[in-house]
Unconditional design. Structure first.
Length: 427
C-alpha cells in the first residue's frame, strides 16, 4: 500500500498501483516524504476527493492495535508498543532531587502547594493517554480519517481475581479477614516459598525495592524462605520473570480501565469524530468471524471489519522509545571526584535508534561505540549484528521517538509479483 498526500499536504486515498507510483517518482510528478509507511506527495494540482475511512483502536497498557478500513478493504494495520520505563525514570529523578536538597545553594521557597490536581493522572498513565492520541494524529497525516472507534475496557479487577464473584461479595476484597498484607501473601502462597515451594520460616520480599519505587501491594511481594531471602540480597540467586508472572498483578488492567475515557475525550477535543465500543462486543464479533486473537485483528473488528474484509498486504510494527538520555554525566563520582560521561550521544555521524541498512536488511542502532562499531537489532529485539562497522551501514532515517518497522505478508507479495505488478522501492 502506498499512501498519498496532495500538493497542499492534505491526505488522499492510498493506492496499490505500484507501477504508476514508480513512473510518477521517476518523472518528478511526485516525491517520497515518508519511508514507513511508504508515503508520496504529489507535485501537481489534483482533485482532493476522498472516501470515508474508519480507524479502529484497541487500546492497551503495553500494546495498542490500530486498523483503518474503507468499505470492505483494510488500508492500514499496525501494532504500537508503549514505553514502560516512565515510572522508573520518575523515581530516579525523585532520587536526584532529594539528593540536591543537601547541596549548599541559594534559598528557594517550598513549592508543595502550587501544583493543581484537577483530573490529575500519574505521569506513567498520562503518557499512555498521550501516546494513543499521538497514534491517531500520526495516521491523520497519511489517511483522511472520517471516524475513530475506540474500545474502552472497564476491567472488573475483582472478577479477574475471582471469576464467580457476585452481589455483596464485591464488598469483600481478597485481603478481607487478614490483619495485614504480609498475612495475605503467606496465605496466597499456601504458607510455602513462591520461589522453590519449600516450607519453613518464611519472609516477604519486595520484588521491586521500595528505594526504586516499589510498593507494598501484594503483586510486588513474594514469599521466600529465610535462606532464599538472604541469597537474593547477596545476589547469588535471582527472581526470574517466569516466577513473577505467577503472582497475578492488576496494574495493566487498572491502567486500561483508567485511560479509556481520557483518550476518547482527548480525541474529541482535537476534533475527531469518536465513538466508543466495549471489549465484550469485540470478542463476540471476532469469534463469530473465526479470526485469531491479535491486536491489529481486534482493531479491524472495532473499525467494523469482519472475515470478508480484504486485509492489507503489509502491517506496521511500531515502538515508542526514549531517544536520548540528556544527562551529561553519571551521578556517581569516580576516584578523584571525576565525573564519568553518561552516554555517547553520537559516533561517526550516527545516533542511537537511527534506522540503517546493513547487508540489505533494515534495522536500528541500539548501541553506539566511539570506535564506530554498533549493535544492530530489529524492533522486537532480535539481533542483526552485535558489532557492525559503521562503514557497512547506510542511514535510512534519523532517530525518532516513534520507531516503525514494516512487516510484509510474503504470500500476498509473491502473488503481486506473479501478476506482474511492480512493487515500489522505499527510498
Amino acid at each position: 500500500m502506498v499512501y498519498v498526500i496532495s500538493k497542499s499536504g492534505k491526505p488522499l486515498m492510498p493506492t496499490k498501483r505500484h507501477g504508476k507510483v514508480r513512473r510518477m517518482l521517476k518523472s518528478g510528478m511526485a516525491k517520497v516524504v515518508k519511508r514507513t509507511p511508504f508515503t508520496i506527495q504529489l507535485l501537481y494540482d489534483s482533485e482532493e476527493y476522498t472516501q470515508d475511512i474508519t480507524i479502529g483502536m484497541d487500546i492497551g497498557s503495553r500494546h495498542a492495535g490500530v486498523s483503518a478500513i474503507s468499505g470492505n478493504k483494510e488500508l492500514f494495520a499496525g501494532q504500537f508498543d508503549m514505553r514502560t520505563d516512565i515510572h522508573d525514570l520518575m523515581t530516579e529523578r525523585k532520587m536526584y532531587r532529594r539528593d540536591r536538597r543537601s547541596y549548599k545553594t541559594r534559598y528557594r521557597e517550598a513549592r508543595f502547594l502550587n501544583r493543581k490536581k484537577d483530573k490529575w493522572l500519574a505521569p506513567s498513565v498520562q503518557w499512555k493517554v498521550n501516546a494513543h492520541i499521538r497514534i491517531i494524529d500520526f495516521l491523520s497525516k497519511v489517511l483522511p480519517i472520517s471516524k475513530v472507534v475506540v474500545e474502552i475496557a472497564p476491567f472488573d479487577t475483582q472478577k479477574i481475581m475471582k471469576p464467580e464473584i457476585s452481589g455483596v461479595e464485591y464488598q469483600n476484597g481478597v485481603q478481607k479477614g487478614f490483619s495485614d498484607v504480609r498475612e495475605y501473601c503467606l496465605w496466597r502462597a499456601g504458607y510455602k516459598s513462591e520461589y522453590s515451594g519449600k516450607k519453613g520460616i518464611l519472609e516477604v520480599h519486595h520484588i521491586i525495592p521500595q528505594s526504586m519505587g516499589g510498593t507494598d501491594t501484594p503483586d510486588n511481594l513474594i514469599v521466600l524462605t529465610v535462606d532464599e531471602h538472604k541469597q537474593i540480597h547477596e545476589g547469588t540467586i535471582k527472581i526470574t520473570k517466569k516466577i513473577t508472572q505467577k503472582i497475578k498483578g492488576l496494574k495493566d488492567a487498572s491502567h486500561v480501565s483508567t485511560i479509556g475515557q481520557f483518550i476518547v475525550s482527548g480525541l474529541r477535543k482535537l476534533g475527531y469524530l469518536t465513538e466508543v465500543t466495549f471489549g465484550s462486543i469485540t470478542k463476540g464479533k471476532r469469534m463469530a468471524s473465526n479470526l485469531s486473537k491479535a491486536h491489529d485483528t481486534d482493531a479491524l473488528i472495532i473499525a467494523g471489519g469482519n472475515a470478508t474484509t480484504t486485509r492489507t498486504e503489509s502491517s506496521c510494527f511500531a515502538k515508542f522509545v526514549r531517544r536520548q538520555n540528556r544527562s551529561l554525566h553519571k551521578a556517581n563520582l569516580l576516584k578523584g571526584g571525576r565525573k564519568k560521561v553518561n552516554t555517547i550521544k553520537s559516533a561517526k555521524g550516527y545516533k542511537r535508534f537511527d534506522k540503517v541498512l546493513y547487508n540489505g536488511e533494515e534495522c536500528f542502532i541500539y548501541g553506539l561505540r566511539t570506535s564506530g562499531y554498533f549493535d544492530l537489532r530489529k524492533l522486537d529485539g532480535s539481533k542483526i549484528h552485535a558489532s557492525a562497522n559503521w562503514k557497512n551501514l547506510k542511514k535510512l532515517e534519523s532517530a525518532k521517538t516513534l520507531l516503525i518497522e514494516r512487516k510484509v505478508n510474503v504470500a500476498i507479495s509473491l502473488q503481486l509479483i506473479e501478476v506482474g505488478e511492480e512493487l515500489p522501492q522505499e527510498r
